[in-house]
Write a protein that binds this ligand. Structure first.
Ligand code: PLP
Length: 401
């Protein structure tokens, strides 16, 4: 049965909430095993193995694992030797932790507008924002789509000698002309935060094709502190909790039991302090061994999950067309991974997303709720398309059974 038929027949779709979508019982086995061997949490071998595997899978020369995508971004900024006061052009529609990482490094964010086909930075706006003070440009790939102006921006920046940073946090595995995103720029980062394409609860990878940048990244990483034990412990419990609460076939009764056993260790990705732009106490950390082990397991399944996401997206595309909504653009030559299926709806549809649950049985996503998501107190003027996306961009889940 198709998704639409299922929804129409009143049979509830099984949609697994963010945080559990790509978790399976094999991830739980790993988490339980690592909880029993805390003496191995800070062993570098498995982290190196994860980096090698990620690099090979991604088609990258070099990969370095960090405790989160944002910390991987901070390492990228340091590797580029940007100086305090340098300007970095980035989209005015992003996660607040992205400009935060720039500000922590003393850099000045300059916000370019986005286009509304793929929600990427608009080449026209990026070029308008570039001045003699611009020392880097950040492009992103949101919702698992490949940004429309990706090639144009990277080509022009290369011509001008301006390094490009790629934010691939939502697009791990997406491709353009048969190559993964993250390879056209100078440095790129990915996220395995629990709401992203693959899941180590928290985690990030920085990649580069450039040997000189790689040697700086290697140095930064070798000095990066490990995340502390209570944090690693919390992550492992969260894997187990999320699986049993949200993904296990009999989660209705297993879930509350798991909540009792593992619910005391909640990990929050973006805190109020992040929203205010304050640097966390623990920042710039490496990835711990258990997360690398989980990352390896997740990588062994990521292609299958991404294919499932594409299959679901094809159904949402039909739904959009039938309802008179414009589907997102598949940039010519690209293979998206559809972390979510975004489209522009009327502001009222976004303001009260409850219709989706009633009509389709799925929770409508409202990323982004502000230009520097989820911070609402940090306005970014001069980006009319980004404002439109905040008012109108909603998204459907792409992993369900
Ligand atoms: C999640 C996200 C990040 C940050 O990744 P973390 O692993 O949560 O630090 C950066 N950029 C975008 C677009 C994201 O969605």
């Amino acid at each position: 049965m198709s998704l639409l038929q299922l929804a129409a027949s009143g049979e509830p779709l099984k949609v697994h909430p963010l945080g559990s979508q790509t978790l399976d019982d094999d991830d739980v086995v790993l988490a339980k095993q690592w909880l029993k061997q805390p003496e191995q949490w800070y062993e570098k071998d498995i982290v190196a193995q994860y980096e090698e595997t990620f690099a090979r899978w991604n088609g990258s020369q070099y990969a370095f694992a960090f405790a989160s995508g944002r910390e991987a971004l901070s390492a990228c900024l340091a590797a580029l030797h940007l100086e305090p006061g340098d300007e970095v052009v980035l989209p005015g529609y992003t996660c607040v932790v992205v400009p935060n990482a720039l500000v922590f490094a003393g850099l000045n964010p300059v916000y370019a507008d986005i286009e509304l086909d793929t929600f990427g930075p608009s080449a026209e706006s990026v070029f308008e924002c570039m001045t003699a003070r611009t020392k880097a440009v950040l492009v992103h790939h949101l919702y698992g789509l490949v940004s429309r102006d990706y090639e144009e921006i990277t080509r022009e920046c290369r011509k001008r000698g301006i390094p490009v940073i790629e934010d691939c946090a939502q697009a791990t595995g997406a491709e353009l002309h048969g190559r993964k995103v993250g390879l056209l720029g100078d440095v790129a980062f990915y996220s395995s935060e629990q709401s992203k394409v693959f899941n180590t609860i928290q985690g990030g990878v920085a990649v580069t094709e450039n040997a000189a940048l790689a040697s700086v990244l290697a140095q930064i990483q070798s000095k990066a502190p490990w995340p502390n034990r209570s944090y690693v412990n919390g992550l492992l419990h969260q894997i187990i909790r999320n699986y049993y609460r949200f993904k296990h076939p009999r989660r209705l009764w297993r879930g509350s039991f798991a909540e009792l056993l593992h619910g005391g260790h909640r990990v929050i990705s973006t805190t109020n302090a992040d929203e205010r732009g304050e640097q966390p106490l623990h920042y710039g950390r490496s990835l711990a061994a258990p997360q690398a082990a989980l990352g390896l397991n997740q990588l062994s399944k990521i292609n299958d999950y991404n294919q499932q996401r594409r299959d679901t997206a094809a159904r949402w595309e039909k739904w959009c067309l039938k309802r008179g909504y414009t589907p997102p653009l598949v940039t010519p030559g690209s293979l998206p991974v559809y972390l979510r299926y975004p489209f522009l709806a009327e502001p009222a549809v976004k303001a009260d997303p409850s219709w989706s649950k009633k009509e389709l049985g799925v929770e409508l996503g409202v990323w982004f709720v502000s230009q520097l998501h989820p911070a609402k107190n940090r306005p970014v003027p001069g980006c009319p398309n980004a404002e439109t996306a905040v008012a109108r961009c909603v998204n459907f889940p792409t992993l369900m059974s």
